[in-house]
Design a protein around this ligand. Structure first.
Ligand code: GDP
Length: 196
């Protein structure tokens, strides 16, 4: 299925299970640690600046944003995790929302997990990856901020991500730079292939 990512519109923000969208369209679900560049990756995919923040109310970290892509499928933006300055109450809201999201059957068609190519994936990254795998959906790992690596660091760092997350053979690891636009075509074609 060809998907035109340039045709993207904000639909709604869900703060609880009753707002989760279920209309039969496929759902591509994006997750990542706060500051990993998740919004930048999404903005790069849809070719717009400040797009992924459109639905986000400042301070509201515990909500799931839905964007309709090309009238065909949803891009689902899960709230970022691991941000040190978030209050305990907000952290708990995040946990409850994620629990109800991943306990709901049939929401995730494809997971896209964004990690920082400079660092070893965190314990939270591993948990998120396992949540995706528990749904049985395919997962694409996006190693963002590749432009910050020296050439000689790229392969070892990608290998460290594979090993730490214990990626299976069928999981794709896409080196990416939201800043430079690197990896965009590979990510779009991987998403498109997996949606067929
Ligand atoms: P989010 O919290 O995961 O949505 O992260 P943002 O998209 O807001 O990005 C966090 C910071 O990382 C911003 O200062 C971005 O400009 C920067 N950033 C995001 N992607 C890249 C990248 O590929 N390369 C570099 N050098 N910086 C990036």
């Amino acid at each position: 299925m060809a998907i035109n990512f340039n045709r993207a519109e904000f639909v709604l923000s869900a703060a609880s299970a009753k707002q989760f969208v279920r209309d039969g369209r496929a759902q591509i679900v994006f997750a990542g640690r706060s500051n990993v560049g998740k919004s930048s990756v999404i903005n790069r995919l849809v070719n717009r600046k400040n797009f992924a923040r459109v639905g986000a109310t400042p301070g509201k970290t515990a909500q799931i944003n839905y964007f309709l892509i090309d009238g065909k499928c949803y891009l689902v933006d899960l709230p970022g995790y691991g941000y040190a300055k978030v209050s305990q109450a907000e952290r708990e809201r995040w946990g409850q929302l994620m629990e109800s999201y991943f306990q709901s059957e049939g929401l995730v068609t494809l997971g896209v997990q964004i990690v920082d190519s400079r660092h070893k994936p965190t314990a939270d990254d591993i948990t998120m990856y396992e949540w995706f795998k528990s749904t049985g959906c395919p997962v694409i790992i996006v190693a963002n901020k590749l432009d910050k690596l020296k050439k000689s660091e790229i392969e070892p760092n990608l290998q460290r991500i594979r090993e730490t997350l214990e990626l299976s053979e069928e999981d794709l690891l896409v080196p990416f730079s939201a800043e430079k636009g690197l990896g965009k075509e590979q990510l779009i074609s991987a998403i498109t292939d997996l949606m067929e």
